[in-house]
Design a protein around this ligand. Structure first.
Ligand code: FAD
Ligand code: NAI
Length: 476
């Protein structure tokens, strides 16, 4: 006997579990199917984000930052640390406990919202009367019939040809989060978001880290001035970043480590020998096992599910959200799409504003931005004004002992509307929220400049950067 639902969500990552909860809040009878298992074989909903992405990486970034502070910066505050030691097993265990709390939190939320959870792999069987028949393969096989299906199956790490992940020597984001002992030499391919975050974790813990990046520009999508400042800070910390390289053969020599042959930016042949290699060159949408062909679900050449601006696929009442569709691969983007789709199914006007999705790179200094970069505005021929304010001139940053970086505002030359805000520095991840709100409300730089900000706070740098657009900073 098949079980009937109004909405079946395939995938329980941030796109899927949030869509399921929102649909249940709207009064639908909802099921969510997720395949992720914990080390005991039990359910571990939350997807990449919770299990091998956002949450565990931030746990390790926090732990490794504490370690670096204790070893290098506490002395500046007059605090002596004798016998500093590192228990990597405990650090990884803490990270796993944080992940588990989040898995359990999602199972609790499903119960609270009366979402029926199935632990297993969901796939399309056929079009059925009143919707779609979905098979669940897992400990308990089930057949579900759904009036609406939301596909939120996420993404997987992209492999380099000839260098498959073994998660021992050649690591994806998964293995990168559970290296059992700090490698003496760590290599990374790709100086994108994962490369910089995971490179920072293992450098802080003592590894000698080299990142090989194919493009000649560092963080090309980031505002150039901000990227330059960040590059300077990372290099000073000891991250070795080689730009414009061409990676060649990679040999996985087991206990001896990994060797990477590459041509540097000048075309000279080089070899990088490391104990472990993390490959972080982007991610591919995950549609494996969905049986998309059987029902004619359309995929693009990258394997992503083709959707329109409302996340509708080519099949009636089949929707797709998150990493498995176009757009930035970010947890909060997946969540926003999940909520919007649930609301559209309910006949409401769910809305996602792609122009105000913030980006954060959780390195130290953190990098965060929303809206357009200076190079994008120049390319579009848009007349703009820029204002920057350095954390060096911010009282709270001085008190924290963390004065690297700046806040930068870009505003329309005529209307003063904020077009982009870019931050490199302490707590950029939190500071960016004010800019997102301002841009959602179509604020001008002057609006922010005239708002009272608490003193002393890092947010005063935001106010001052807004003042700088009109060349009237008060503290610089
Ligand atoms: P996923 O989280 O990938 O979830 C998909 C789920 O579907 C998985 O549980 C999978 O097992 C399941 N699934 C797949 N196929 C099936 C099937 N057929 N049946 C049942 N279940 C299935 N983003 C941020 O915004 N901030 C960050 O700080 C951040 N840090 C990251 C760090 C790392 C190391 C990585 C790798 C990613 C990070 N991301 C971050 C990106 C973020 O993790 C993704 O954008 C987000 O998880 C996408 O959500 P999703 O729901 O689309 O897919
Ligand atoms: P990425 O797209 O951020 O960076 C990949 C980098 O690898 C790019 O700089 C690219 O030029 C380079 N590259 C690609 N092929 C290469 C090759 N053959 N040789 C050398 N360099 C090569 O992808 P990444 O870091 O794998 O992360 C995937 C996605 O996960 C991110 O784009 C982001 O959407 C998400 N993520 C988000 C985080 C956050 O929000 N803080 C943290 C980590 C991941």
């Amino acid at each position: 006997m098949s079980k009937q639902f109004d909405v079946v969500v395939i995938g329980g990552g941030p796109g899927g579990y949030i869509a399921a909860i929102r649909a249940a809040q709207l009064g639908f009878n909802v099921a969510c199917i997720d395949a992720w298992s914990n080390d005991k074989g039990g359910p571990a909903p939350g997807g990449t984000c919770t299990n091998v992405g956002c949450i565990p990486s931030k746990a390790l970034l926090q732990s490794s930052e504490h370690y670096e502070h204790a070893g290098k910066h506490f002395a500046d505050h007059g605090i002596g640390v004798a016998g500093l030691s590192l228990d990597i097993g405990k650090m990884l265990g803490r990270k796993d406990a944080v992940v588990k709390q989040n898995n359990e939190g999602i199972l609790y939320l499903f119960k609270k919202n009366k979402v029926t959870f199935f632990h297993g792999r969901g796939s399309f069987a056929r079009a059925a009367e009143g919707g779609w028949e979905i098979q669940v393969a897992g400990a308990a096989a089930e057949t579900l019939v759904a009036r609406h299906v939301i596909v939120a199956t996420g993404s997987n790490a992209r492999q380099l040809p000839g260098a498959p992940f073994d998660e021992v020597n050649i690591l994806s984001n998964d293995g990168a989060l559970r290296i059992p002992a700090v490698p003496k030499k760590l290599g990374l391919i790709g100086s994108g978001v994962i490369g910089l975050e995971m490179g920072s974790v293992w450098r802080r813990l003592g590894a000698e880290v080299t990142i090989l990046e194919g493009l000649p520009t560092f963080l090309g999508a980031v505002d150039e001035q901000i990227a330059k400042e960040a590059h300077k800070a990372f290099t000073k910390q000891g991250l070795k970043i080689e730009l414009g390289v061409k990676v060649g053969a990679i040999a996985n020599d087991g206990a001896k480590g990994v060797t990477v042959q590459y041509a540097d930016a000048k075309g000279e042949a080089k070899v990088l020998a490391v104990d472990k290699l993390i490959v972080s060159i982007g991610r591919v949408p995950n549609t494996d096992g969905l049986n998309a062909d059987a029902v004619g679900l359309k995929l693009d050449e990258r394997g992503a599910i083709v959707v329109d601006e409302l996340c509708r696929t080519n099949l009636p009442n089949v929707w797709a959200v998150g990493d498995v569709v176009r757009g930035p691969m970010l947890a909060h983007k997946a969540e926003e799409e999940g909520v919007a789709v649930a609301e559209r199914i309910a006949g409401q006007h769910g809305h996602v504003n792609f122009d105000t999705i913030p980006w954060v790179i959780y390195t130290s200094p953190e990098i965060a931005w929303v809206g357009q970069t200076e190079q994008q505005l120049k390319a579009a021929g848009r007349a703009y004004k820029a204002g920057t304010f350095p954390f060096l001139a911010n009282g709270r940053a001085r008190a924290l002992g963390d004065t690297t970086g700046m806040v930068k505002f870009l505003a329309d030359a005529t209307t003063d509307e904020i077009l982009g805000v870019h931050i490199v520095g302490p707590m950029a991840s939190e500071l960016i929220a004010e800019a997102v709100v301002a841009m959602e409300f179509k604020a001008s730089a002057e609006d922010i400049a005239r708002i009272c900000h608490a003193h002393p706070s890092l947010s005063e740098a935001t106010k001052e950067a807004a003042l700088a657009v009109d060349k009237r900073t008060l503290n610089f």
